[in-house]
Design a protein around this ligand. Structure first.
Ligand code: CP
Length: 357
């Protein structure tokens, strides 16, 4: 029998990074007491903005996400017989594939549209007419559209839930939930009403131009005591960094907001560094903060973690990938479980996965 030449065989390393270990979700899971009623409140809600979630609902969603992550093989059928309409009219690696992975892991089926020109929209069909069709064809819609108003235009005609998977410059609420899930897995003590050791969060990005940053700021506003300071690093004047009223909303909930162009000082003292450089504007992307770059030689605190919604550019050097600062891959991975949790609630299937019903 012919033997393959040994130098033609390529092995891969199957061992997962330590940051993926189940200790993190288990620790968060055990920090939150189950309250299924809070999840019931998500029934018949569209998911449009981070604004719509209260503290208890967020914590219960994160708890369910942690339960899925801690026991990935345990629940395979809560969405059996349900159909997801996955409509992405703007490029996406993580959001589309993690939603679809989440749905598959829950036992459902998927119809995917990745090009609006293959639908009646190309013939001038209105979004509300498309939404009316979606009512008959599926059980849930996930939509990414570079047009801010598309989700709202479909919402009124839908009798099934729609999830905003990124609408122009406006919002990306499930990304923000995944970001918060990562922070609380790293430090479950931060969910306490008054944490003993609140953290310094450094955000390198533009709250007015980046939907991920906008949605994250709204969610952390629900947990103001978890953050000693929130430092926004951007090399623009404040009028450009924030939309009108945006900073005031953050101050009003008690967040201690600092704004600086001083990148090195800001990252030196931060516990969590959230960096993003890309904003999708119109039909293309624009980069901000080209001078701000993180690498393994950046002066970070030993315990600091780095988050990034990805896709990355030069702002996030691959030299950080093999360091303990890298929580951005865990952030993207955790989004699958977070989306599993949200989908289970929106599809009224929590009775199949809760401990107490
Ligand atoms: N984080 C995020 O939205 O990534 P994608 O654009 O790949 O979906």
């Amino acid at each position: 029998m012919l033997q393959p030449e040994l130098d033609k065989i390529v092995y891969f390393q199957s061992e997962e990074p330590r940051v993926y270990e189940s200790a993190h979700p288990k620790s968060l899971l055990h920090s939150i007491v189950e309250d299924g009623k809070a999840l019931d409140s998500l029934k018949n809600q569209h998911v449009y903005s981070s604004d719509q979630f209260d503290r208890n609902t967020i914590l219960q969603l994160l708890r369910l996400a942690a339960k899925y992550e801690a026991n990935p093989e345990r629940f395979s059928a809560p969405l059996q017989g349900k159909i997801l309409i996955s409509a992405f009219y703007e490029p996406s690696t993580r959001t589309r594939l993690s939603f679809e992975s989440a749905w598959h892991r829950l036992g459902g089926n998927i119809m995917s549209i990745t090009d609006r020109s293959t639908t009646g929209i190309a013939k001038g069909e209105s979004l509300s007419d498309v939404a009316e069709m979606f009512n008959s064809y599926g059980d849930c819609v996930v939509l990414r559209d570079s047009n801010d108003s598309s989700v709202k235009e479909m919402m009124d005609a839908l009798r099934i839930p729609i999830i905003n998977a990124g609408n122009g410059l406006d919002e990306h609420p499930t990304q923000a939930l995944a970001d918060l899930y990562t922070i609380f897995k790293w430090r479950p003590d931060l969910i306490q009403t008054k944490p003993e050791n609140p953290i310094k969060l450094c955000i390198i990005g533009m709250p007015s131009r980046m939907r991920t940053v906008r949605s994250l700021l709204k969610l952390i506003s629900v947990f103001p005591n978890a953050f000693e300071t929130v430092t926004i690093v951007a090399n623009e004047v404040e009028e450009k960094i924030f939309d009108q009223g945006q900073k005031e909303q953050l101050l009003n909930v008690g967040l201690n907001i600092e704004v600086t162009g001083g990148f090195s000082n800001a990252i030196k003292s931060a516990d969590v560094i959230y960096i993003n450089a890309i904003a999708w504007e119109g039909n293309t992307f624009k980069e901000y903060g080209a001078d701000y770059k993180l690498s393994a030689s950046s002066p970070l605190k030993a315990q600091a973690i780095v988050l990034h919604p990805l896709a990355r550019g030069e702002e996030l050097c691959t030299s950080l990938d093999d360091t303990s600062h890298n929580w951005y891959f865990s952030q993207a991975r955790g989004a699958v479980f977070l989306r599993q949790a949200l989908l289970t609630c929106l599809l009224h299937r929590t009775d199949r996965v809760l401990d107490i019903i």
